[in-house]
Design a protein around this ligand. Structure first.
Ligand SMILES: Cc1cc2nc3c(=O)[nH]c(=O)nc-3n(C[C@H](O)[C@H](O)[C@H](O)COP(=O)(O)OP(=O)(O)OC[C@H]3O[C@@H](n4cnc5c(N)ncnc54)[C@H](O)[C@@H]3O)c2cc1C
Length: 491
């Protein structure tokens, strides 16, 4: 392991998966739920980026909550460690076992049923292994909207989304994944099932336990089911691609857009020219929506659940008027409004393909940070200077969910530099970026979590009080440290 990992491996339980345990696991999940050959295990022990490769005694794929609970009970009895896994698209290594891991990867992929959809009550009850995009499509078939939306939606699973408290491109309006949840069912590290699968908007009966498990990255238990909130389906949508003066203009545009759109801003994504060019280089079929003499672009989408009425101004007309005003104010330099579904999809395809394009581009570094929205331009200026002071020829391609104060502060290695050489600069650059964001009261991980990659950073940047509370919760729920050990906290 791993170019991306922390300075040293944490101590994790290494109880072996004995022949008897293998037989017992096979008896619980059946032949089709048990993978132990090296070739079959490979995709489950390698992370999406191809940077981390771990080990596992077996991959276990239960088909129901009862099977998950039986597997966890057995592992708990024998002190065998478990790495929960959904779609394995996480970017921090949380779903990848450590090389020293001797236990199992528990994959939720077979638990992929929609159990109930209550269109009148705007809720949907689902199993953890449902692929996000299939849930969006199910909601849409019922004229409802599940707003969680991100580049990996074709393969990430709702259990993984909730465990990472995923963000994505609709947070501005609907909030993070945790805001979309009414109830959860969780298998605890001792195999007990916590049934919190309630569809209640109001429930002030003590601590709100569901929020413990969301964002916990599988370290406190396994999410098996969830009740999700739904919204009315968007009926009138307008997507625009703007060439803008600079990041401060982006903030001013967004600030004005809220009232101009009558509170209908769905997404506002900042893109650097370098990020757009990288996608155009590597992702077949993408087309440049607008070439202008500026390093900064904005993907702005407004949407309303009210269908366009004959004779009345729809969202597109309001957007046109708005962009005219912003051009006049000098914030927008040029803009194009998507006239067809294909044009809109092309804009979104560019935005959502950045992670894939960066994988194709070669070695790089990326920091998923957040800061108070109005301080983003200051962070970009100071951050670029700090990184260039360390490695002047590094190639930045910043982008981000600017309405959430969330930047993916990303860099390609200088032309011709290999991963090993870049790694020599990594610690200094990471420290410079994270010191800066911390000095600005920001976060070193806005939406991707901690996993393996940021173990050292979390313990460096969080206060003793915060770390003590986190450790106390972890030890109370998982005293044997079998649930995704060595992730988030070293202990
Ligand atoms: C192209 C691309 C674009 C992305 N864009 C975004 C983005 O815009 N916003 C964003 O937030 N993230 C983004 N991500 C990161 C990633 O997709 C999300 O973190 C996603 O929520 C992970 O879901 P998953 O099912 O793949 O989880 P996994 O990668 O399988 O697991 C992630 C973590 O959750 C734990 N886990 C998984 N399932 C469960 C469960 N049922 N119970 C308990 N723990 C579990 C794992 O142990 C691990 O710690 C992107 C990734 C890619 C590859």
């Amino acid at each position: 392991m791993p170019a991306a990992g922390p300075s040293s491996e944490p101590i994790i339980p290494t109880a072996p998966l004995t022949a008897r345990m293998r037989d017992s696991l096979r008896a619980i999940v059946g032949e089709k739920g048990f993978i132990e050959d090296e070739h079959g295990k490979q995709p489950f022990v390698t992370d999406w980026r191809g940077l981390l490769v771990g080990q596992a005694g077996a991959v276990v794929r239960p088909g129901s909550t009862e099977e998950v609970a039986a597997v966890v009970r057995l592992c708990h009895e024998h002190g065998v460690a478990i790495v929960p896994q959904g779609g394995n698209t996480g970017l921090m290594g949380g779903a990848t076992p450590w090389p020293a891991h001797t236990g199992i990867v528990l994959s939720l992929g077979r638990m992929n049923r929609v159990l109930d959809i209550d269109a009148t009550g705007y809720t949907m009850t689902v199993e953890a292994g449902c692929v996000l995009q299939s849930l969006q499509e199910t909601a849409s078939r019922h004229d409802r909207f599940l707003p969680l939306s991100l580049g990996a939606q074709g393969s990430c699973m709702i259990g993984g989304n909730l465990s990472t408290n995923a963000g994505g491109v609709q947070v501005l309006r609907y909030g993070n994944a945790r805001n979309l949840v009414l109830g959860l069912e969780v298998v605890l590290p001792n195999g007990e099932v916590w049934d919190g699968l309630r569809a209640l908007k109001k429930d002030n009966t003590g601590y709100d336990l569901k929020h413990l498990f969301m964002g916990a990255e599988g370290t406190l238990g396994i999410i098996t089911k969830a009740v999700l909130k739904l919204w009315p389906a968007p009926k009138d949508v307008c997507t625009a691609w703007l060439a803008i003066r600079d990041p401060r203009a982006a903030l001013e545009i967004l600030s004005d857009a809220h009232s101009a759109s009558e509170d209908n801003v769905g997404s506002c994504e900042l893109m650097s020219r370098a990020a757009v060019d990288m996608v155009l280089r590597h992702i077949p079929g993408t087309q440049d929506p607008l070439k202008a003499d500026t390093p900064w672009y904005l993907l702005l989408e407004w949407s309303s659940s009210r269908a366009r009425q004959d004779g009345a101004a729809g969202i597109a007309e309001k957007m046109e008027q708005f962009l005219g005003d912003q051009l006049e104010a000098g914030r927008v330099l040029d803009a194009v409004i998507a006239q067809t579904g294909n044009q809109s999809r092309n804009m979104w395809h560019i935005r959502e393909s950045v992670a894939q394009a960066s994988r194709a581009e070669g070695p790089g570094l990326s920091y998923d940070v957040s800061v108070a929205i109005s301080r983003i331009p200051e962070f970009i200026d100071l951050g670029l200077k700090a990184v260039r002071d360390i490695l002047p020829s590094i190639r930045p391609y910043p982008l981000g969910h600017i309405g959430d104060g969330n930047l993916h502060f990303s860099f390609m290695a200088p032309d011709g530099m290999d991963q090993q050489t870049l790694t020599q600069y990594k610690n200094a650059i990471t420290r410079a970026v994270n010191d800066l964001i911390t000095s600005m009261d920001g976060s070193i991980s806005a939406e991707h979590g901690i996993g393996i990659d940021k173990l050292d950073e979390l313990s460096h940047y969080r206060s003793k009080t915060e770390l003590d509370i986190m450790r106390t919760i972890k030890r109370a729920l998982d005293p044997e440290n079998i649930m995704n050990p060595g992730k988030v906290l070293r202990l």
